[in-house]
Design a protein around this ligand. Sequence first.
Ligand code: ADP
Ligand code: TYD
Length: 211
Amino acid sequence: MTAGVFVSFEGIDGSGKSTQARRLAAALDKQGFSTVLTREPGGSPGAEEIRSLVLQGDPDRWSAETELLLFTAARRDHLERTIRPALAAGQIVICDRFADSTRMYQGLSRGDLRRHVDQLHTLMIGTEPDVTLLIDMDPEAGLRRAKSRQTAEERFENFGVELQQRMRSGFLELAQEFPDRFRVIDGNRSEPDVARDVRQALSPYLPELDA
Ligand code: ADP
Ligand code: TYD
Protein backbone atom coordinates (compact mmCIF):
# COMPACT_ATOMS: atom_id res chain seq x y z
CA MET A 1 0.00 0.00 0.00
CA THR A 2 1.32 3.48 -0.83
CA ALA A 3 1.72 6.09 1.90
CA GLY A 4 -0.82 8.90 1.79
CA VAL A 5 -0.31 12.63 1.51
CA PHE A 6 -0.66 14.95 4.49
CA VAL A 7 -1.89 18.45 3.58
CA SER A 8 -2.43 21.23 6.13
CA PHE A 9 -4.09 24.62 5.76
CA GLU A 10 -2.80 27.50 7.85
CA GLY A 11 -3.49 31.20 8.18
CA ILE A 12 -5.16 33.75 10.42
CA ASP A 13 -8.77 33.46 11.58
CA GLY A 14 -11.19 34.15 8.74
CA SER A 15 -8.63 33.68 5.96
CA GLY A 16 -10.75 30.99 4.31
CA LYS A 17 -8.94 27.82 5.46
CA SER A 18 -12.06 25.81 6.30
CA THR A 19 -13.77 26.88 3.09
CA GLN A 20 -10.75 25.89 1.00
CA ALA A 21 -10.18 22.63 2.89
CA ARG A 22 -13.80 21.64 2.21
CA ARG A 23 -13.57 22.62 -1.46
CA LEU A 24 -10.33 20.71 -1.91
CA ALA A 25 -11.74 17.56 -0.30
CA ALA A 26 -14.82 17.78 -2.53
CA ALA A 27 -12.72 18.28 -5.68
CA LEU A 28 -10.44 15.35 -4.82
CA ASP A 29 -13.34 13.06 -3.88
CA LYS A 30 -14.94 13.86 -7.22
CA GLN A 31 -11.77 12.74 -8.99
CA GLY A 32 -11.80 9.46 -7.11
CA PHE A 33 -9.15 10.17 -4.47
CA SER A 34 -9.75 8.88 -0.97
CA THR A 35 -9.63 11.84 1.42
CA VAL A 36 -10.02 12.52 5.12
CA LEU A 37 -11.08 16.08 5.93
CA THR A 38 -10.16 16.94 9.49
CA ARG A 39 -9.31 19.88 11.73
CA GLU A 40 -7.42 21.08 14.77
CA PRO A 41 -7.93 21.47 17.59
CA GLY A 42 -10.06 18.35 17.20
CA GLY A 43 -10.32 15.69 14.53
CA SER A 44 -10.79 12.70 16.87
CA PRO A 45 -13.37 12.22 19.66
CA GLY A 46 -10.87 12.94 22.46
CA ALA A 47 -9.35 15.91 20.69
CA GLU A 48 -12.81 17.37 20.04
CA GLU A 49 -13.43 17.23 23.80
CA ILE A 50 -10.20 19.15 24.37
CA ARG A 51 -11.30 21.62 21.67
CA SER A 52 -14.24 22.74 23.81
CA LEU A 53 -11.91 23.21 26.77
CA VAL A 54 -9.54 25.50 24.88
CA LEU A 55 -11.95 27.43 22.68
CA GLN A 56 -14.93 27.95 25.02
CA GLY A 57 -15.31 29.49 28.46
CA ASP A 58 -12.99 31.92 30.22
CA PRO A 59 -9.66 31.70 28.37
CA ASP A 60 -7.74 32.95 31.41
CA ARG A 61 -8.52 29.81 33.38
CA TRP A 62 -5.46 28.27 31.65
CA SER A 63 -1.93 29.60 31.87
CA ALA A 64 -0.11 29.92 28.57
CA GLU A 65 1.87 26.75 29.39
CA THR A 66 -1.25 24.74 30.29
CA GLU A 67 -2.92 25.86 27.10
CA LEU A 68 0.11 24.68 25.11
CA LEU A 69 -0.10 21.26 26.78
CA LEU A 70 -3.82 20.99 26.00
CA PHE A 71 -3.33 21.81 22.30
CA THR A 72 -0.45 19.32 22.16
CA ALA A 73 -2.51 16.62 23.90
CA ALA A 74 -5.29 17.15 21.39
CA ARG A 75 -2.81 16.86 18.51
CA ARG A 76 -1.29 13.66 19.87
CA ASP A 77 -4.73 12.02 20.05
CA HIS A 78 -5.65 13.28 16.58
CA LEU A 79 -2.40 11.92 15.18
CA GLU A 80 -2.77 8.51 16.81
CA ARG A 81 -6.43 7.97 16.01
CA THR A 82 -7.09 9.79 12.76
CA ILE A 83 -4.03 11.03 10.87
CA ARG A 84 -1.59 8.13 11.09
CA PRO A 85 -4.15 5.41 10.29
CA ALA A 86 -5.41 7.39 7.28
CA LEU A 87 -1.89 7.98 5.92
CA ALA A 88 -1.03 4.32 6.46
CA ALA A 89 -4.10 3.40 4.40
CA GLY A 90 -2.86 5.62 1.56
CA GLN A 91 -5.47 8.35 2.04
CA ILE A 92 -5.05 12.10 1.55
CA VAL A 93 -5.39 13.86 4.89
CA ILE A 94 -6.59 17.46 4.60
CA CYS A 95 -6.17 19.15 7.94
CA ASP A 96 -7.55 22.58 8.82
CA ARG A 97 -4.61 23.85 10.97
CA PHE A 98 -1.81 21.75 12.48
CA ALA A 99 1.39 22.37 14.45
CA ASP A 100 2.23 25.65 12.69
CA SER A 101 -0.82 27.14 14.44
CA THR A 102 0.69 26.19 17.80
CA ARG A 103 4.03 27.69 16.75
CA MET A 104 2.13 30.92 16.10
CA TYR A 105 -0.68 31.16 18.64
CA GLN A 106 0.89 29.47 21.68
CA GLY A 107 4.41 30.37 20.56
CA LEU A 108 3.79 34.08 20.17
CA SER A 109 0.49 35.31 21.59
CA ARG A 110 1.19 35.24 25.33
CA GLY A 111 4.93 35.75 25.59
CA ASP A 112 7.66 33.88 23.76
CA LEU A 113 6.98 30.15 24.18
CA ARG A 114 8.28 29.05 20.80
CA ARG A 115 11.14 27.02 22.30
CA HIS A 116 8.69 25.07 24.48
CA VAL A 117 6.40 24.57 21.48
CA ASP A 118 9.26 23.12 19.43
CA GLN A 119 10.51 20.88 22.25
CA LEU A 120 7.04 19.44 22.88
CA HIS A 121 6.51 18.96 19.17
CA THR A 122 9.74 16.99 18.85
CA LEU A 123 8.93 14.89 21.91
CA MET A 124 5.25 14.15 21.33
CA ILE A 125 4.32 14.79 17.68
CA GLY A 126 7.39 14.55 15.45
CA THR A 127 5.36 14.72 12.24
CA GLU A 128 5.01 17.57 9.73
CA PRO A 129 2.62 17.80 6.80
CA ASP A 130 3.99 16.98 3.35
CA VAL A 131 2.65 20.32 2.19
CA THR A 132 1.28 23.33 4.08
CA LEU A 133 -0.95 25.79 2.24
CA LEU A 134 -0.75 29.18 3.90
CA ILE A 135 -3.78 31.27 2.96
CA ASP A 136 -2.40 34.78 3.34
CA MET A 137 -4.94 37.46 4.12
CA ASP A 138 -5.31 41.06 5.19
CA PRO A 139 -6.11 40.82 8.95
CA GLU A 140 -8.92 43.40 8.96
CA ALA A 141 -10.75 41.61 6.17
CA GLY A 142 -10.07 38.25 7.83
CA LEU A 143 -11.43 39.46 11.15
CA ARG A 144 -14.55 40.84 9.48
CA ARG A 145 -15.15 37.47 7.86
CA ALA A 146 -14.45 35.57 11.09
CA LYS A 147 -16.75 37.79 13.16
CA SER A 148 -19.60 37.36 10.71
CA ARG A 149 -19.70 33.66 11.58
CA GLN A 150 -20.96 34.14 15.18
CA THR A 151 -19.85 30.96 16.95
CA ALA A 152 -19.12 30.28 20.61
CA GLU A 153 -15.47 29.62 19.73
CA GLU A 154 -13.86 33.00 19.87
CA ARG A 155 -10.69 32.32 21.78
CA PHE A 156 -8.33 34.27 19.55
CA GLU A 157 -10.66 36.25 17.37
CA ASN A 158 -11.38 38.50 20.36
CA PHE A 159 -7.75 39.52 20.63
CA GLY A 160 -8.32 41.93 17.77
CA VAL A 161 -6.55 43.09 14.68
CA GLU A 162 -3.15 43.77 16.26
CA LEU A 163 -2.70 40.10 17.20
CA GLN A 164 -3.93 38.98 13.79
CA GLN A 165 -1.34 41.25 12.19
CA ARG A 166 1.42 39.64 14.26
CA MET A 167 0.08 36.19 13.36
CA ARG A 168 0.06 37.06 9.67
CA SER A 169 3.69 38.21 9.74
CA GLY A 170 4.61 35.19 11.85
CA PHE A 171 3.02 32.78 9.36
CA LEU A 172 4.90 34.42 6.49
CA GLU A 173 8.13 34.04 8.47
CA LEU A 174 7.31 30.36 9.11
CA ALA A 175 6.88 29.91 5.36
CA GLN A 176 10.47 31.10 4.99
CA GLU A 177 11.64 28.89 7.83
CA PHE A 178 10.13 25.78 6.15
CA PRO A 179 10.29 26.60 2.43
CA ASP A 180 10.21 22.95 1.35
CA ARG A 181 6.68 22.31 2.54
CA PHE A 182 5.05 25.80 2.63
CA ARG A 183 3.15 27.29 -0.31
CA VAL A 184 1.75 30.80 0.17
CA ILE A 185 -1.59 31.53 -1.49
CA ASP A 186 -3.24 34.95 -1.74
CA GLY A 187 -6.59 34.58 0.08
CA ASN A 188 -7.88 38.02 -0.83
CA ARG A 189 -9.67 36.78 -3.93
CA SER A 190 -12.82 34.88 -4.84
CA GLU A 191 -13.26 31.35 -3.47
CA PRO A 192 -12.88 29.64 -6.89
CA ASP A 193 -9.69 31.60 -7.67
CA VAL A 194 -8.12 30.62 -4.36
CA ALA A 195 -9.29 27.03 -4.86
CA ARG A 196 -7.59 26.80 -8.25
CA ASP A 197 -4.26 27.94 -6.76
CA VAL A 198 -4.70 25.39 -3.98
CA ARG A 199 -5.10 22.56 -6.50
CA GLN A 200 -2.14 23.79 -8.52
CA ALA A 201 0.05 23.95 -5.42
CA LEU A 202 -0.86 20.33 -4.71
CA SER A 203 -0.26 18.96 -8.17
CA PRO A 204 3.43 18.08 -7.56
CA TYR A 205 2.31 15.88 -4.66
CA LEU A 206 -0.56 14.27 -6.59
CA PRO A 207 0.64 13.67 -10.15
CA GLU A 208 -2.72 12.12 -11.12
CA LEU A 209 -4.62 15.27 -10.04
CA ASP A 210 -6.49 17.09 -12.76
CA ALA A 211 -5.85 20.62 -11.37
P1 ADP B 1 -11.13 30.20 8.39
O1 ADP B 1 -11.37 28.73 8.47
O2 ADP B 1 -9.78 30.53 7.84
O3 ADP B 1 -11.37 30.91 9.69
P2 ADP B 1 -13.55 30.28 6.78
O4 ADP B 1 -13.29 29.36 5.64
O5 ADP B 1 -14.39 29.79 7.91
O6 ADP B 1 -12.14 30.82 7.35
O7 ADP B 1 -14.14 31.63 6.17
C1 ADP B 1 -14.56 32.70 7.02
C2 ADP B 1 -15.79 33.36 6.38
O8 ADP B 1 -15.42 33.99 5.16
C3 ADP B 1 -16.89 32.38 6.05
O9 ADP B 1 -18.14 33.01 6.30
C4 ADP B 1 -16.71 32.10 4.54
O10 ADP B 1 -17.92 31.79 3.91
C5 ADP B 1 -16.14 33.43 4.05
N1 ADP B 1 -15.17 33.26 2.94
C6 ADP B 1 -14.27 32.25 2.77
N2 ADP B 1 -13.52 32.43 1.66
C7 ADP B 1 -13.93 33.59 1.11
C8 ADP B 1 -13.54 34.33 -0.07
N3 ADP B 1 -12.55 33.92 -0.88
N4 ADP B 1 -14.17 35.48 -0.31
C9 ADP B 1 -15.15 35.92 0.51
N5 ADP B 1 -15.58 35.28 1.63
C10 ADP B 1 -14.99 34.13 1.93
P1 TYD C 1 -10.22 27.37 13.90
O1 TYD C 1 -11.46 26.62 14.21
O2 TYD C 1 -9.41 26.96 12.74
O3 TYD C 1 -10.59 28.91 13.82
P2 TYD C 1 -10.75 29.84 12.56
O4 TYD C 1 -11.74 29.14 11.65
O5 TYD C 1 -11.28 31.09 13.16
O6 TYD C 1 -9.42 30.01 11.93
O7 TYD C 1 -9.25 27.38 15.15
C1 TYD C 1 -9.75 27.84 16.36
C2 TYD C 1 -8.74 28.70 17.09
O8 TYD C 1 -7.75 27.86 17.68
C3 TYD C 1 -8.02 29.71 16.23
O9 TYD C 1 -8.24 30.99 16.80
C4 TYD C 1 -6.56 29.34 16.39
C5 TYD C 1 -6.51 28.51 17.62
N1 TYD C 1 -5.44 27.48 17.65
C6 TYD C 1 -4.39 27.64 18.53
O10 TYD C 1 -4.33 28.62 19.26
N2 TYD C 1 -3.41 26.69 18.57
C7 TYD C 1 -3.43 25.58 17.79
O11 TYD C 1 -2.52 24.73 17.86
C8 TYD C 1 -4.54 25.42 16.88
C9 TYD C 1 -4.62 24.20 16.01
C10 TYD C 1 -5.52 26.40 16.85
